[in-house]
Design a protein around this ligand. Structure first.
Ligand code: APR
Length: 245
């Protein structure tokens, strides 16, 4: 199984700003105000405005999947082994590129969550304190279905199980600065998996990887996927499913 972790860098060429580095979102708004439960409690309308602005553009189709997202969808269908795709991103570009199985460990911008009934639902409109939960009817109880700092990422049990059984771990477009995602490469390597980083430049945890390919994701990811599919072809010319690792 190939475990793939993506970060904001894979969506950068689709027009979505990264969080850190040049033009990063955290240089424009304070993390404390829009990406913590305390910030949301202090001023929910400010946090809603931040996510509403991004959601409006995502829903309006302002961002399209790029060649990197598309290459990962090809890998999922052509690898001949399971591809476990985990993204830290809250956009839907992997799905729109054709990836069938995407685990959003930091949530999804086009979903809302009710603090009253704990339900989550698809949500493409603006959120505000006036928004009413369609499941329980509570007013003012909806928040973006996004994991904030200090909160537990989603589906960590599945992620940890996949890290224990993958043969190859690949990180794409992530700075390696936010845990637990930043610790996944080391966890996979401890279990004997190979670890590859595809990034614009070496990330904060580059030393953990046994190989790094640096450049823009829309160029490096398709090239790596074609190399991987060709290697599989040469290992198993007749096609078919790879034997269990
Ligand atoms: N191609 C490949 N990599 C790129 C590109 C590109 N075109 N542009 C930028 N990058 C790289 C940057 O070099 C950087 O290492 O993408 C990375 C983006 O890093 P961050 O902005 O920190 O994004 P990410 O690693 O996804 O952040 C993790 O932090 O704020 C939280 O919840 C938020 O999910 C996010 C988490």
């Amino acid at each position: 199984m190939i475990f793939i972790l993506t970060g904001a860098g894979i969506s950068r060429e689709s027009g979505i700003a990264t969080f850190r580095g040049a033009g990063g979102l955290w240089g424009k708004v304070r993390v404390e105000d829009v990406a913590t439960p305390e910030g949301f409690a202090r001023d929910p309308e400010r946090a809603h405005a931040f996510y509403n602005a991004l959601r409006r553009r995502l829903v309006a189709g302002a961002f399209a999947p790029n060649a990197a997202h598309q290459a990962l969808a090809r890998l999922e269908s052509g690898a001949g082994e399971p591809v476990f795709l985990v993204t830290q991103n809250i956009d839907d570009l992997h799905e729109r590129a054709g990836s069938a199985s995407v685990l959003h460990m930091h949530g999804e911008l086009r979903k809302a969550r009710c603090r009253n009934c704990r339900g989550t639902m698809l949500w493409d409109e603006d959120l505000s304190r006036a928004s009413r939960c369609p499941l329980c009817g509570a007013a003012g109880s909806l928040r973006p279905h996004v994991v904030w700092f200090g909160e537990m990422p989603l589906r960590l049990g599945e992620i940890e199980a996949a890290l224990r059984s993958c043969r190859q771990f690949v990180a794409i477009g992530t700075s390696g600065t936010v845990y637990p995602a930043a610790g996944f490469a080391a966890a996979a390597r401890e279990r004997g998996a190979g670890a590859l980083e595809l990034n614009l430049e070496p990330s904060a945890n580059a030393a953990v990887f046994d190989r790094g390919i640096y450049g823009r994701a829309s160029e490096t990811v398709p090239r790596w996927v074609e190399e991987t599919l060709k290697n599989r072809q040469s290992r198993f010319p007749a096609g078919g499913i790879l034997p269990p690792d």
